[in-house]
Design a protein around this ligand. Structure first.
Ligand code: FAD
Length: 323
């Protein structure tokens, strides 16, 4: 292991929230900032949403009058902000562990190998991920081919998606409706959306936006289990005795915070929700540790996370300046 290097602030995650924190700190005079991300580019989740002709713009710039953009363009905007600064960014850098009391972060990348760095303040902006089948507790049945997560859909272009003619989407968050629009734009039929709730979780104004591409049918249930059918390839689902036919299933929504590092580092995390314990100043359970963006729980759009990053940075500034 190499030697330590000190920064004023280290940010784990170069997504919208991490970039929001970095920009606010930098513009407020904190220049010694390191951003770490396991991806090879800045931008977090939006960076995976390909720009494609005739594709669906699913990222909203509310501050620009609900202006929709492709994820890649959102990520490019974030990248451009950082490129105008001399903030240090280490990509391809997976954070393996943290030491909450020692305020160190250990990461590994092809250039530095395994390295530990420390800082006065450390901000976790590592986002959230979709729950797997076991974590959902109500999705039964095998997992034949043609069952995927919306995350996998991000990278797919029209040709990759075309094999699914009759899609069924489990989950009804905004991501589910974005997925239905993307599938329809690729040539699939209107999706069937099924969820374990009586109404879609996606707010009405966002559903209306996606109507431009597709009008999926929603079926809400109050069921203990939902069963995926099909031996080699998904052919449908069964819920409360009712069968829904399809030739491909997309599992969507239900995001849980990427709080594994917090757990490893002995920061307090709610075991059931996986949401880290945060006080009103965005501080985690140890002084000098903060959280920004989707790691805080709930589902938020990318721009909200960027502004949340900026708000978190205000607390970080207060903490650093008090020391
Ligand atoms: C599948 C999916 C689809 C979505 N689709 C849309 C959409 O269409 N429109 C929309 O407005 N919003 C969408 N969102 C929401 C939006 O992408 C998020 O709100 C936003 O990106 C969250 O920003 P963030 O910075 O908190 O996290 P993220 O964007 O997730 O960024 C977190 C970053 O942390 C890094 N990271 C995590 N763990 C580590 C580690 N151990 N070491 C190093 N780096 C690490 C990740 O690589 C990532 O770059 C979607 C979210 C998901 C999960």
């Amino acid at each position: 292991m190499n030697s330590n290097k000190d920064y004023k602030a280290i940010i784990i995650g170069a997504g919208p929230a991490g970039v929001g924190v970095a920009m606010k700190l930098y513009n407020s005079g904190i220049k010694s900032v390191l951003i770490l991300d396991r991806n090879d580019k800045i931008g977090g989740i939006p960076s995976f949403y390909k720009r494609e002709k005739g594709g669906v713009k699913t990222f909203m710039r509310w501050s620009r009058g609900a202006y929709p953009v492709f994820g890649q363009d959102f990520a490019k905007w974030l990248e451009k902000l950082i490129s105008k600064t001399d903030i240090e960014v280490k990509l391809d850098s997976l954070v393996l562990e943290i030491d909450a009391k020692g305020k160190t972060v250990t990461f590994v990348n092809p250039k530095d190998g395994k390295l530990s760095v420390s800082a006065e303040a450390i901000i976790m902006a590592s986002g959230s991920r979709e729950e797997n089948i076991a974590e959902r507790k109500w999705l039964a049945g095998a997992r034949p081919s043609r069952v995927m997560y919306t995350k996998q859909l991000l990278n797919f272009d029209k040709n990759d998606l075309l094999p699914i003619k009759k899609p069924l989407i489990i989950g009804s968050d905004v991501i589910a409706y974005a997925a239905a629009a993307k599938l329809k734009a690729a040539g699939s039929s209107d999706a069937i959306i099924v969820d374990n709730t009586s109404n879609p979780k996606c707010p009405i104004h966002e559903r209306l936006y996606f109507r431009f591409w597709t009008n999926p049918s929603f079926h809400g249930f109050n069921a203990k289990t939902m069963e995926i059918e099909g031996k080699e390839s998904a052919t449908g689902i069964r819920v409360n005795g009712e069968h829904f036919d399809c030739d491909g299933i997309v599992i969507s929504g239900e995001l849980i915070p990427n709080s594994e590092l917090a757990l490893i580092g002995d920061l307090k995390v709610n075991v059931l929700s996986r949401i880290p314990v945060i006080n009103k100043n965005n501080q985690l359970s140890e002084p000098g540790w903060f959280a920004a963006g989707n790691i805080r729980g709930g589902f938020h759009g990318a721009e909200w996370c960027y502004f949340n990053g900026k708000r978190t940075a205000v607390s970080v500034l207060k903490y650093i300046n008090k020391k």
